[in-house]
Design a protein around this ligand. Sequence first.
Ligand code: DX5
Ligand code: ZN
Length: 227
Amino acid sequence: MNGKRKGTIISPSLLSADFSKLTEECVDIERGGAKWLHLDVMDGSFVPNISFGAPVIACLRDKTKMFFDVHLMIDEPIRYIDDFVRAGAELITVHTEACSDVAATVKKIKDSGVHAGLTVKPATPVEEILPYLPELHTVMIMTVNPGFSGQKFMPEMLDKIKTLNAERERLGLDFYIEVDGGVGEGNAELLCSAGVDVLVAGSGVFGKEDRKAAISALIEKGDSCNG
Ligand code: DX5
Ligand code: ZN
């Protein structure tokens, strides 16, 4: 196995949590073994849904030590990077389709002192990300159309993951490969054997009664391919 793959990381998506008790939900998954927390920010324009913004993230910052993995589904995210950094983001991932200047947006994120990530919608080729690979901490592959949790995984996105994994090896880089959308026990092994390091799971964790069991099962499936 090439590239990163030092052990599967689970990044539960808060979008599937009970919004009336966000602190308890965060504590529950942190105790359950989650190292990252995936925070989906939607503006109702780039995607057809509105979720939450920097003030909610700021309120959660001192409630957990989890790594704040912020996924911005907003138009021209460069306008709001300062807000999300102040709120406690540690990784900010933006969509190439949402940025009129991708390089400037990545630079802005990094100059603000946090890690930068890029992602694309399912219809966009992964090649759009390749020129920026040396600058990135994480590349995320969307395996659903962004906007909602609980959608069906798109297996045809696997080729993008394989391309990324090969480029990571070829260029000697060590960015994380993350996957977002429809991830669960049924596909964790397949994804990780293709090179995925970080599994985002919304309904696959928060939708389960026993979150610790759900997280452990995902880690176990993911790690089973770590040759
Ligand atoms: C979709 C979001 C995802 C979503 C994942 O736009 O980016 O992070 O919450 O939810 P599941 O795991 O249920 O597909
Ligand atoms: Zn997401």
